[in-house]
Design a binder for this molecule. Structure first.
Ligand SMILES: Nc1ncnc2c1ncn2[C@@H]1O[C@H](COP(=O)(O)OP(=O)(O)OP(=O)(O)O)[C@@H](O)[C@H]1O
Ligand SMILES: [Mg+2]
Length: 285
């Protein structure tokens, strides 16, 4: 399965690889295009934009393609909405997205999207939202682990993609739910999760993995190891000030990308969804 998908990925990347030299060829005839501009054009293909107002401004270029990014935050801090919004925006620019939910049903998630006016319309074919059963996952992982021998890597194939659907973006909602299915078997979860990160890297997809934390977290994942395995960590804060809470967002780390290092204000707006205010700092964590 990995091979098939890898094959698909290579094919998918091909047109882009072909486009890059074609661009150079075209611009080579126009003598006045500066080299820096050409470089910028090429770079844009290597990053993804979230399309969330204010969020992309925290990055110099965007989130590097094929990164695994933890979205960490407390209960109700907006993790699911942030990922749904990123997914809808990506689908509208032609990216194929898969939302793997271990928590809310697909119907509920679609309902949230409708409430915020995130209408996919003709781009609906770019999105698959599926709810997975935790016990099916643990059963198949246990079976795989039982087959493991010596130092051989486990052949993790935990993701069943629909036929002919090779996602560019995957959301896992949430790692915390998966971890809870391994209660008292932390070591098994750790092995599984490491394999899962490797697997996504091999697939060449960009992944957003939701992690439930405290409202003002100091550890960003179920075991504290995931934040080192992930390429990026985006933290959603809900900071208490007297009798109110303010929402904040921080890009804690993003391998291979220059980004702002501060906690900035964020809001969930009734009609449109999440907005980030890159110039408005939030203090008090
Ligand atoms: N229509 C709306 N307008 C404004 N804010 C809303 C609206 N609907 C939901 N919210 C806010 O969004 C929050 C839920 O967001 P979301 O489901 O993304 O949180 P979450 O971090 O995924 O939560 P959980 O940890 O429970 O899964 C609610 O707690 C509420 O504060
Ligand atoms: Mg959620």
């Amino acid at each position: 399965m990995v091979k098939t998908i890898k094959g698909g990925e290579v094919q998918e990347l091909k047109p882009e690889n072909e486009r890059a030299p074609a661009q150079k060829k075209r611009t080579a005839n126009k003598k006045k295009v500066p080299e820096a501009k050409l470089q910028q054009k090429t770079d844009q293909h290597e990053f993804i934009k979230t399309g969330i107002p204010g969020l992309d401004a925290l990055f110099e270029h965007g989130i590097p393609k094929n990164s695994s990014v933890l979205i960490a935050g407390g209960a109700g801090s907006g993790k699911t909405l942030l990922c749904l919004q990123i997914m809808v925006n990506a689908a509208k620019v032609g990216k194929k997205c898969m939302y793997m939910s271990f928590e809310e049903s697909a119907a509920r998630l679609k309902n949230h999207m409708e409430k915020f006016g995130w209408i996919l319309g003709k781009y609906e074919k770019n999105v698959v939202i599926e709810r997975f059963n935790l016990f099916d996952i643990t059963r198949s992982i246990d079976a795989l682990l039982a087959k493991q021998s010596g130092d051989l890597l486990i052949d993790v194939k935990p993701v069943l993609f629909p036929e002919n659907f090779k996602p560019d973006i995957i959301v896992i909602d949430s790692l915390t739910a998966i971890a809870s299915a391994f209660s008292k078997r932390e070591e098994t979860y750790r092995i599984y999760i490491e394999q899962l990160f490797n697997y996504f890297e091999e697939l060449g997809v960009s992944t957003f993995l939701i992690s439930e934390t405290e409202q003002e977290p100091r550890i960003f994942s179920p075991t504290g190891v995931e934040e080192f395995l992930a390429d990026g960590v985006i933290v959603l804060y809900s900071i208490r000030k007297a009798n109110v809470r303010e929402n904040g967002l921080e890009v804690l780390k993003m391998r291979g990308a220059k980004h702002k290092k501060k906690i900035v204000a964020m809001q969930i707006l009734d009609k449109t969804g999440i907005e980030v205010y890159p110039e408005q700092e939030v203090f008090g964590v």
